[in-house]
Design a protein around this ligand. Structure first.
Ligand code: FES
Length: 126
């Protein structure tokens, strides 16, 4: 689970975490999608998985064709909830590190996003 803030941009201060939600707003052993402002205010799609007390966040962009993994229907996990799945061509990714273990982009990985869990809830650095 990425927990460290990214290095400062352009030698300045580290980016400010963006609060997403309370931990309990995430489905237990499930996933949810978010859109947050990125650099320059451009929207960044994220997927966040809550599993066994941990939270993992990735950019919602498949390394195969850079399409959103959920095809806009909000489903990110396979039927038994053990892998992140891309709805476009069926690639499967490990939840813990985003590595593709089956499908057309095997060996590539989702882009991990730094996550902070605090009293205020779940925050990310994008
Ligand atoms: S775009 Fe995800 S498997 Fe092709």
């Amino acid at each position: 689970m990425p927990t460290e803030p990214p290095p400062p941009r352009d030698g300045g201060h580290p980016p400010t975490p963006i609060r997403l939600c309370a931990v309990d707003d995430l489905p237990r052993d499930g996933a949810a999608g978010f859109v947050v402002p990125g650099e320059g205010g451009f929207p960044v799609r994220l997927l966040v998985v809550r599993r066994a007390g941990e939270v993992f966040a990735y950019r919602n962009a498949c390394p195969h064709r850079r399409l959103p993994l959920d095809y806009d229907d909000g489903r990110f996990l396979n039927a038994d909830g053990t892998r992140i799945v891309c709805a476009n061509h069926g690639a499967l990714f490990r939840i813990e590190d985003g590595l593709c273990v089956a499908g057309p982009c095997i060996g590539a990985a989702l882009t991990a996003i730094g996550v902070e869990i605090a009293a205020a809830g779940v925050s990310v650095w994008v």
